[in-house]
Design a protein around this ligand. Structure first.
Ligand code: ASP
Ligand code: MG
Length: 423
């Protein structure tokens, strides 16, 4: 619809206090004065969602998800109403909207609902009447008319979905960081902010635990090719990081970012009989317990037996070990052991598609530091290695230097005819 429309989302920290709400209101007033139509999506004030959850859990070990949704949606209502009041106090024709009022319809999965449709008629009318619409993020309604929420961090997804439904020019995620970095600056002091990241790279990074954006928000933006900008809600005039479609003519470094997930654990089953159906008997009970397994490695079989290792999130280790001890008895595996002191280092870059030798360079870099690699997995644009956790800082810093991510002028040109990726 309106190509002058911008959807801006403000996270919890950005609206965490009344002073901050005033600053956000000033910023929105400026965007408006510059001639753009604005729809604003807000999160609950910082800490509010956690506080509400804690209250529910203090009353019941297992509160009903339907009630949790009603409870949590109130956090966004507060910030939405307060910001609208602040905008009106500045003379802007602002109007607040809950998920229901904006027409955000979801499926029935309470606390993790998926957006099905946005009936944007009313919003369009409001925009035609020149309103600044302030929308409570993270919430919608199901077909029964009950309040649902979209999972933690869901306001990002609300914002992109609204931007798509209203045909906005772009969706800006205004937050407490000023963009997407080559690596976590707390681990790598030389980490640099990226100007552009492709949707696919951002999806990998979000899946690897970059907390900046909800994964589903990036999927949504990718699907509808909605340009996303991650920028600071505090720095004026900052351009942040643009997340968009990869452009074949764009000059890019081969590697865009390095991620480090220390929240990993590994389980090994020794001397597992090498027979059909064994892998299924190991992984089915884990799936039944909703435990997601990440990497799996099976050794070459010797005398009818093999060793099998897999990784998972550390919080799920105890539960998974209890299950594996039972499974090991059943399938007559010799021993089960675990290691919680590991880390997953991942190197992400769309340029890997056309550049061979990236994995080899990663392995050489780690070996020069005498860092042993315990497991490896690759995808088209990612290489992940499991290493000992105590080596993680050294590993990411040397890799960051090896791939010249700190911002030297030297950039490898991705425009190459070679299509295969050698690992
Ligand atoms: N308030 C919700 C949360 O903390 C949603 C959001 O902030 O995006 O997860
Ligand atoms: Mg967030």
């Amino acid at each position: 619809m309106s190509k002058s429309l911008i959807v801006q989302k403000y996270g919890g920290t950005s609206v965490g206090t009344l002073e901050r709400i005033e600053r956000v209101a000033d910023r929105i007033a400026k965007v408006r004065r510059a001639g753009a139509d604005v729809v604003v999506v807000v999160s609950a004030m910082a800490g509010e969602t956690d506080k509400l959850l804690k209250m529910a859990r203090s009353l019941s070990k297992n509160p009903a998800r339907r009630e949790i949704d009603l409870l949590l949606s109130s956090g966004e209502r507060i910030s939405t109403a307060l910001l609208t009041i602040a905008l009106q106090a500045r003379g802007l024709p602002a109007i607040s909207m809950t998920g229901r009022q904006i027409g955000l319809q979801t499926d029935g999965t309470h606390t993790r609902a998926r957006i099905k449709n946005i009936d944007a008629q009313r919003a369009r009318k409001m925009l035609r009447e020149n309103h600044v619409i302030v929308v409570a993020g993270f919430q919608g309604i199901n077909s029964a008319g009950d309040v649902t929420t979209l999972g933690r961090g869901g306001s990002d997804t609300s914002a992109v979905a609204l931007a798509v439904a209203l045909g906005a020019r772009r969706c800006e995620i205004c937050t407490d960081v000023d963009g997407v970095y080559t690596c976590d600056p707390r681990m790598v002091p030389q980490a640099r902010r990226l100007d552009v990241v492709s949707y696919e790279e951002m999806l990998e990074m979000a899946g690897l635990g970059a907390k900046i954006l909800q994964t589903r928000c990036v999927e949504f933006a990718h699907k509808y090719k909605m340009p996303l900008i991650v920028k600071s809600s505090f720095k004026e005039g900052d351009k942040g990081t643009l997340i968009c479609e990869e452009d074949a003519n764009m000059e890019h470094p081969v590697v865009s970012g390095i991620m480090c997930d220390k929240n990993q654990a590994k389980i090994t089953l020794k001397e597992v009989p090498d027979q059909p159906g064994i892998a299924a008997s190991i992984f089915a009970p884990l799936a039944d317990a909703s435990i997601s397994v990440d990497m799996i490695v099976q050794n070459v079989s010797e005398q009818g037996h093999t060793d099998l290792s897999f990784t998972l999130q550390r919080e799920e280790l105890d539960e998974a070990m209890a299950i594996m001890n039972k499974v090991a008895k059943k399938i007559r595996a010799d021993k089960v052991s675990s290691d919680a002191k590991i880390a997953k280092i991942s190197i992400v870059g769309a340029g890997m598609r056309s550049h061979s030798g990236v994995a080899a360079q990663i392995f050489a870099t780690l070996s020069a530091q005498k860092i042993n690699i315990l497991m490896i997995s690759t995808s088209e644009i990612k290489v992940s290695c499991i290493i000992k956790q105590k080596h993680s800082r050294l590993a990411v810093n040397t890799l960051h230097t090896a791939f010249a991510l700190a911002g030297t002028k030297k950039k490898a040109n991705r425009k190459t005819t070679k299509k295969t990726k050698a690992v």
